[in-house]
Design a protein around this ligand. Structure first.
Ligand SMILES: Cc1ncc(COP(=O)(O)O)c(C=O)c1O
Length: 370
């Protein structure tokens, strides 16, 4: 089959395997996705065992309060079950919490995950960008951020920590200084911690322990990436804002988490051996892969804290679309980041997969730049 070079206004996201199948004629099962940010170890053994031996849970409605599930999440996160709300992936919770806070002026980072902007728009609010810059490694300047919060009369701040796609992370101390400012100025803060469990030290980066002290804070997480279960659709929110929680409980559809996800969630968070295995694989591969990437002239590697890394191509006449095209022909899919506000066609992102797959991609990238 003759392959055409994709005119790269066609962009492929982490879940666009159907589109790839059509355009490149490659079967989706053969593609290694370096773009979906899903841990490569597959689902945890405890969850697999529980699901396969208890399929009949689908014969009953789940507990409307999801009491056991919320307790399992609370124990895993070291928080109180009364602060936990579950949702159909973090996506449902992003939508519910934005709609319920009904922001007039919201501030998000640029670049960041696109779903926040979409939801702010749908809820009728105005979305402002706080632009991060490549020349300081996309670091967040806290003084400039707080100035912006006041200048733009922001009522909702959304941070992704670690941030997708930059893979930069704010420590709990830095987050606390932002929260102190927000709390005293009546600003709501949503922190999306979808990738927090991949950081070198979850305790040092997660804001969950700050929840009891800052009622302005909502932390969101899900099992799609760390627990390799995007099809399960299970996410959770942690907040001490009782008013907000009861408002959402009253307005949200019941049972948006099915019985299988309810059951899976009650066991997966206790699989400590699996959790340790994921952390150690990502830690080792993050260090190893980045070392090899840094040795490639003409490629800038932005220090990653999550299970993926952002890179910039600094060679004239070379861009991410060309690298995407070269990689997909070898059945490897990277993320061309040119659609993220604040990035250009020189940027791409890849997540850390199994060592042998990472080696195959590294060899391809080295050859692309040779
Ligand atoms: C930062 C971030 N938040 C949330 C999501 C969606 O997660 P979920 O599958 O839990 O809805 C993604 C998916 O890519 C993401 O990158």
């Amino acid at each position: 089959m003759k392959l055409r070079m994709i005119q790269h206004k066609e962009h492929f996201h982490g879940s666009d395997l159907e589109k790839i199948e059509k355009v490149y004629g490659i079967r989706r099962e053969e593609i290694v996705s370096f773009s979906a940010n899903v841990n490569p170890l597959g689902i945890c053994p405890r969850m697999k065992e529980a699901l396969s031996s208890h399929l009949d849970v689908v014969t009953s409605y789940p507990d409307r309060e999801y009491t056991a599930l919320r307790q399992a999440i609370a124990s895993y996160c070291g928080t109180d079950a009364s602060y936990v709300m579950v949702g159909n992936g973090s996506t449902e919770l992003i939508s519910l919490f934005i709609k319920s806070r009904h922001p007039r002026q919201a501030l998000i980072l640029a670049p960041t995950y696109s779903e926040y902007e979409r939801e702010i728009g749908l809820s009728g609010g105005t979305c402002h960008y706080f632009t991060l810059h490549a020349d300081n490694g996309f670091a967040l300047n806290i003084d400039a951020l707080t100035e912006e919060l006041t200048a733009k009369q922001i009522d909702l701040l959304i941070l992704c920590n670690p941030n997708n796609p930059t893979s930069t992370a704010l420590t709990k101390e830095v987050m606390e200084s932002i929260l102190a400012y927000a709390q005293s100025h009546g600003i709501g803060v949503i922190v999306d911690e979808t990738y927090c469990e991949f950081t070198p030290d979850v305790e040092a980066y997660s804001a969950i322990s700050l929840v009891p002290s800052y009622s302005c804070l909502v932390v969101l997480r899900g099992v799609s990436k760390f627990f390799a279960s995007p099809g399960l659709r299970l996410g959770y929110a942690v907040t001490s804002d009782e008013g907000l929680l009861s408002y959402i409980r009253e307005h949200k559809d019941p049972w948006t988490i099915n019985s299988l996800a309810d059951l899976a969630g009650q066991v997966m968070f206790t699989d400590t051996e699996y959790i340790q295995g994921v952390r150690s694989l990502i830690q080792t591969e993050r260090t190893r892969v980045c070392e090899r990437l840094r040795a490639i002239p003409g490629l800038t590697v932005f220090e990653p804290y999550a299970n993926f890394v952002l890179l910039r191509i600094d060679r004239p006449a070379r861009n991410a679309a060309q690298l995407f095209d070269a990689a997909i022909r070898q059945k490897m899919m990277i993320r061309d980041c040119s659609t993220f506000p604040g990035l250009t066609e020189q940027y791409f992102r890849l997540c850390f997969m199994l060592p042998e797959d990472n080696d195959r991609l590294l060899t391809l990238i080295e050859e692309f730049f040779a």
